[in-house]
Design a protein. Sequence first.
Length: 134
Amino acid sequence: MRLPPWLLLLAAAACGGSPDPAPADAFPLTVHSASGALTLVLRPTPDPPTVGTDAMELTVSMADGGVPSTDLDVSVVPWMVAMDHGTSAPTVTPEGGGRYLVTNLYFYMQGVWELRLGFTGPVTDHAEPQFQVQ
Ligand SMILES: [Cu+2]
């Protein structure tokens, strides 16, 4: 289903975010989930991300700054929006305290990639941070 443009504009305004990708030197990258319930901080290794097999530490906190009461189930789908393709599935390992380590993150092309993040458990939400892979 395609969303009408006015709804997308409304959603972008509600998130307070910009559809433009963050510059590569903007890490740690802080974004909010679609509902605004979660604050997400992304720290890549290497920084900035480069073509190859990278890692990303994801720190999840509630809007009030607290940590979700139990670990969330986090799904990660790397996606290259402009070219409409993904890559192999990465590995997500909870480290406690709202931190998740995403490994085997295989960016095989330079350009803007998106991490399609899904959250279930105490909070059901999603976010799609974008960044440049060098
Ligand atoms: Cu591509």
